[in-house]
Ligand binder design. Structure first.
Ligand code: NAP
Length: 248
């Protein structure tokens, strides 16, 4: 059964990793997918081609989620290209880890702008469309780190915790118009990024997770599928931990 047949979705940061996983599963469930990237043009165009091969419409856009103006332009362009938007997934994110002692001001600012301000930018930009149609689902990609904190990631943790406060506030503001807003808090997800880490360190992380494995991009994409579709029609303002039991 296809859960997103004919729905139009915007995903920020889908040239690789979790965003790419979401785009792929959504396309398999019949959604048309507009997605962004910041610099990885070749993989983004490759994904666009792959998704179009699944019988849906897909388009890659180079757009900086941290820019308010660029986000407004992006949404206007997607509306013109796709004719509507039903789901927004704020997934774009970066890390600039360091102990507070060594963290530079620009590393704090950049992480907050790309991870948190982007969520404001994109949500503002789709709001009018969602209000008009009295329907919409917004999913914000937070992190376990936003719930429990992490040494060496004060900037990242602050951005991800900020996303949770934003999610709950928007859910309260827009619920009466049938617009839902939820967050996902992934745990340790094995992407190309984590494949570069020392295998012994990674195994140590896996051993500490109740389900004894790292998550996959599909694990996160399936949670997004649920929150994007009408299966979760009565769920808003929630943070869904997709972490193998890490926070239990
Ligand atoms: P990733 O592999 O590094 O991919 C990040 C994506 O965001 C890329 O497509 C990148 O585009 C895009 N991006 C970066 N800066 C951008 C900007 N300014 N504007 C638009 N797009 C931008 O990361 P990931 O591991 O898939 O993580 C995706 C999300 O999940 C992030 O928000 C992350 O914080 C969150 N998360 C990840 C984990 C994990 O274990 N992996 C755990 C918890 C939460 P380019 O390719 O062009 O740079």
């Amino acid at each position: 059964m296809k859960f997103l047949e004919g729905k139009n979705v915007i995903i920020t940061g889908a040239s690789r990793g979790i965003g790419k996983g979401i785009a792929t599963i959504f396309a398999e469930h019949g959604a048309n997918v507009a997605f962004t990237y910041s610099s990885s043009e070749a993989p983004a165009l490759e994904l666009e081609k792959e998704l179009n091969g699944k019988g849906i419409k897909a388009k890659a856009y180079k757009s900086n989620a941290a820019s308010f103006e660029a986000s407004e332009k992006l949404v206007a362009q997607v509306l013109e290209d796709f004719g509507g938007i039903d789901v927004l997934i704020n997934n774009a994110g970066i890390t600039k880890d360091n102990l507070l002692m060594r963290m530079r001001e620009e590393d704090f600012d950049q992480v907050i702008e790309i991870n948190l301000k982007s969520v404001f930018n994109m949500t503002k930009a789709v709001q009018r469309t969602f209000l008009k149609q009295r329907k919409g689902s917004i999913i914000n990609m937070s992190s376990v780190v936003g719930v429990k904190g992490n040494a060496g990631q004060s900037n990242y943790a602050a951005s991800k915790a900020g996303m949770i406060g934003f999610t709950k506030s928007v859910a309260l503001e827009l619920g009466s118009r049938n617009i839902r807003c939820n967050a996902i808090a992934p745990g340790f997800i094995e992407t190309e990024m984590t494949a570069k880490l020392d295998e012994k360190v990674v195994q140590g992380w896996r051993d500490g997770i109740p389900l004894k494995r790292g998550g996959t991009t599909e694990d996160i994409a399936n949670a997004c599928l649920f929150l994007a579709s009408d299966l979760s029609a009565y769920i808003t303002g929630q943070v869904l931990n997709v972490d193998g039991g890490m926070l239990t």
